[in-house]
Design a binder for this molecule. Structure first.
Ligand code: ADP
Length: 376
């Protein structure tokens, strides 16, 4: 809507007719004072205002409008019967006016200017709406993000409490089953059931321990007891454990002897055990596993190779992520998808890194590196 401000009713009439003929909605005010009242009540795209009016003149009105946040951006076209004097023009601009047209008015020129201002007004209006929507969207996302973070924190807390709570009854279950096992006769048929139960309890225990480790990592509470470790012993011990539980697998150890590292022995055992357990788990048809140790630029590099199902290129960079399981493998192999995540966190804390090479259908080699304690 355009506000026409003029003290002469004939001028108002002719301007109103001209603008409405070109489909511009208009409103009118016969004085500066009246114009101010209207502007405070309604919003206008443009004001066309006579400069010389009894009472408040056009410049005074413009000055007041330019001092008010709600009205300071309304463009104004001043109309004046007097000759254009630089002093007037400057005064007009300073007081918030934007354009200046002399009387007698050339309708074409006035219309051209009105159209320009109207277009500007429309563009501004659209920009403001877009800006408003953006602001709302940002606010909405911020709230959603905060809610998601809070939910994730609650989930982590739940996981931590649940795993703690599960550990205690599981430990007593294990103790009772062990007692039962001991009290049975050597040839008792029930023994095989008891052994299978113990086996399942151990699996459950390993799953809960992994979940607790994830929660400890997330809370920065994974503790490390550092000592000087003889790496050959560590590899031999862990390999022996796997040989005991999987006697059908052929595990060969090659590479450098006499390597020492400084680190947490139990945690490094956990990493190697995880690599070997995965090598067994994901190669059901080829029962050969190789463990190789080498020293490179004062880094110990351990490689565990299997000749199993392998991992596609896309998933190779993801497997060390928390809860990641390669698509398809989750239907055939049990797991939570946290083992490699825990391994990579443990190795990171030892200032080393984890990586892999793999080819689907041919097998995988998982590596980890650690700073060596001795230069051989
Ligand atoms: P989990 O074995 O419990 O699922 P991990 O974190 O140990 O969890 O491994 C993540 C995923 O990486 C596995 O689900 C599996 O898809 C893939 N993976 C790990 N080791 C191997 C391997 N040796 N061969 C093929 N795929 C593997």
């Amino acid at each position: 809507m355009i506000l026409i401000v003029d003290d002469t009713p004939e001028n108002i009439f002719s301007l109103k007719t001209l603008l409405e003929l070109h489909s511009f909605p208009t409103d009118t005010a016969p004085s500066g004072e009246e114009a101010l009242k209207r502007v405070l009540k309604k919003s206008y795209a443009l004001i066309i205002m006579d400069v010389q009016m009894p009472g408040m003149d056009g410049f005074e009105v413009a000055e007041i409008l330019s001092g008010n946040n709600a009205t300071k951006d309304i463009p104004i076209i001043f109309l004046s019967a007097i000759n254009i004097d630089k002093k007037y023009i400057t005064r007009g601009y300073l007081s918030g006016g934007i354009d200046y047209v002399t009387k007698p008015i050339d309708p074409d020129i006035l219309l051209l200017r009105v159209k320009t201002f109207y277009r500007l007004y429309e563009q501004n209006r659209i920009l403001n709406t877009v800006q408003d929507n953006l602001r709302k969207e940002i606010e909405f996302r911020k709230v959603a993000q905060e809610e998601a973070l809070a939910a994730s924190r609650r989930k982590d807390e739940f996981m931590s409490i649940a795993s703690h709570e599960l550990k205690t009854p599981l430990a007593s279950m294990k103790a009772y089953i062990q007692l039962l096992d001991r009290s049975l006769d050597k040839n008792d048929k029930v023994r095989s059931y008891v052994e299978r139960t113990l086996n399942q309890i151990n699996k459950l225990n390993a799953l809960i321990t992994d979940l607790l480790d994830v929660s400890r990592i997330e809370h920065g509470k994974l503790k490390f007891n550092e000592s000087l470790i003889n790496f050959d012993d560590l590899i031999r011990d862990v390999t022996e454990m796997i040989r005991q539980t999987h006697p059908d697998y052929q595990i060969t150890i090659t590479g450098k002897d006499g390597i020492q590292v400084v680190g947490d022995e139990n945690r490094l055992e956990q990493v190697l055990l995880n690599y070997l357990t995965n090598a067994v788990k994901y190669s059901p048809d080829c029962k050969e596993i190789q463990v190789n140790t080498r020293l490179e630029n004062n880094l110990v590099i351990v490689a565990v190779s299997d000749f199993g199902i392998g991992i596609d290129k896309k998933s190779q960079s993801e497997v060390f992520r928390k809860f990641y399981r390669v698509e398809g493998s989750e239907h055939h192999f049990q797991g939570l998808g946290v083992g490699l995540y825990i391994c990579s966190e443990i190795i990171k804390r030892h200032k080393g890194s984890c990586w892999l090479q793999s080819e689907p259908g041919k097998g995988s080699t998982f590596f980890f590196s650690l700073p060596a304690a001795n230069q051989l």
